[in-house]
Design a protein around this ligand. Structure first.
Ligand code: ADP
Ligand code: MG
Length: 391
């Protein structure tokens, strides 16, 4: 039992005077394939060893009571009368899952639930998908139901998109639910077909948090999505057979260059080349060629920086420092951009030294202490539940 599980179990006992059943869902990091998901493209995430843990026990009055140790707060409501009414409170995420279950005609009976996660909140490691999937798996298990990954992930995504009101693709919920130990996942965000790919044990994945975030104030994330949509609309109009950017080649894009803004052209170029890099990264993993994989990460970073214009000076510095360390195959920005985390593929035996050196050099260069986590691919919530419920 992990420390978080122990605490959640105890907290549940204390507050609800019941033994809770324990379920947990990991966080995730995306190795390559950035900003490709919402145009039906390819991504390659893996689940990582941070978890949101949920303890659940039944109650007889049709109410849902959620308690989160991360916030020290409780929210309760009547399940039958829950409407789509977000409150901009953390509890929108679990309430959104209950709402989404109801939309799928899976209305749960009453329950008490205790939550606690060790996923850094709002750091780009998808604590949101982690809490959604943990809540969904716990409730469904109490109902004696199991949904396949292809239904569970969209159900949780709907909670985030429609109830919470956050734009996000399918990647986060899919990998958080469907990840497998020692494997990265290449996911086709259009068909939801996926491949589990071995990550050699000689490497580990270092996640470095730059501790900066520039997008909140400026709304750049939304702008990028608008620029992409505009470019995609031109391609759809001009080229029969193109439904999503995923269908377009670089030649298609070049042919439409003068019909779109330079920004739309550059954003679409990033996405089209990124989809190709994900396929190449898959080949590299199948060949255990981490040198090639690292080169693709370096190219992917340059594309996020130059074509997608979604990096920033601090993250560029963090990547540059990482790329010159011994044992680093490649580093790049991960997540939505404008700050946040980098992902680094590093020789396992050099990972500790890598972290020390990167932290030191980054602090010297920009005056900020980076947070670094050494991780490897973990089980998703479904694999954890199959193995007995917990991490
Ligand atoms: P990220 O997914 O990158 O961590 P988001 O802003 O998408 O950031 O999601 C973070 C939100 O998810 C939190 O602000 C909170 O509302 C919710 N959340 C995540 N983990 C928990 C938890 N353990 N308890 C309650 N709410 C949580
Ligand atoms: Mg999130």
């Amino acid at each position: 039992m992990t420390a978080v599980e122990g605490r959640v179990r105890e907290a549940h006992r204390k507050r609800f005077e019941q033994e809770g059943k324990i379920y947990s869902a990991p966080a995730r990091v995306n190795l390559i394939g950035e900003h490709t998901d919402y145009t039906g493209g390819l991504v390659m995430p893996m689940a990582i060893g941070f978890h949101t843990v949920a303890a659940i026990s039944p109650r007889q009055d049709g109410r849902a009571i959620f308690s989160s140790a991360n916030y020290g707060e409780v929210r309760e409501f009547d399940i039958a009368s829950l409407d789509k009414q977000p409150t901009r409170h953390w509890s929108d995420y679990p309430a959104g899952v209950v709402w989404s279950l109801k939309q799928s005609a899976l209305t749960p009976a009453g329950f008490d639930m205790s939550l606690e996660g060790d996923v850094p909140l709002g750091a780009g490691l998808s604590s949101s998908a982690s809490v959604e999937v943990a809540v969904a798996v716990a409730i469904l298990s109490q109902m004696g139901r199991k949904l396949p990954l292809e239904e569970l992930a969209p159900l949780c995504r709907r909670a985030e998109n429609e109830y919470v009101g956050a734009k996000s693709g399918i990647m986060d919920q899919f990998i958080v639910a469907g990840g497998v130990e020692h494997r990265a996942m290449m996911l086709d965000c259009r068909s939801l077909e996926y491949d589990l790919l071995p990550l050699p044990e000689e490497v580990c994945i270092v996640i470095a948090n730059s501790m900066v975030r520039h997008s909140v104030a400026t709304g750049d994330y939304g702008n990028r999505r608008d620029e992409v949509e505009a470019g995609q609309a031109v391609l759809r109009r001009e080229k029969p057979g193109i439904e999503l950017l995923r269908d377009a080649t670089l030649a298609d894009l070049v042919a439409c260059r003068d019909k779109m803004s330079p920004e739309s052209f550059a954003r679409c170029k990033h996405i089209i080349t990124e989809n190709a890099r994900v396929l190449a990264a898959r080949e590299a993993l199948l060949a255990s060629d981490m040198k090639r994989f690292g080169e693709l990460m370096v190219e992917a970073h340059a594309s996020m920086r130059d074509d997608f214009a979604a990096s920033c000076a601090e993250v560029d510095m963090l990547v540059e420092i990482a790329n010159r360390q011994q044992g680093c195959f490649g580093a790049r920005i991960t997540g939505g951009g404008f700050g946040g985390c980098t992902v680094n593929v590093v020789k396992a035996e050099l990972a500790d030294a890598f972290v020390e050196q990167v932290k030191q050099e980054y602090e010297r260069a920009v005056g900020i202490k980076a947070d670094c986590f050494i991780s490897s691919p973990s089980d998703g919530a479904l694999a954890l539940a199959a193995k007995g419920g917990a991490a």
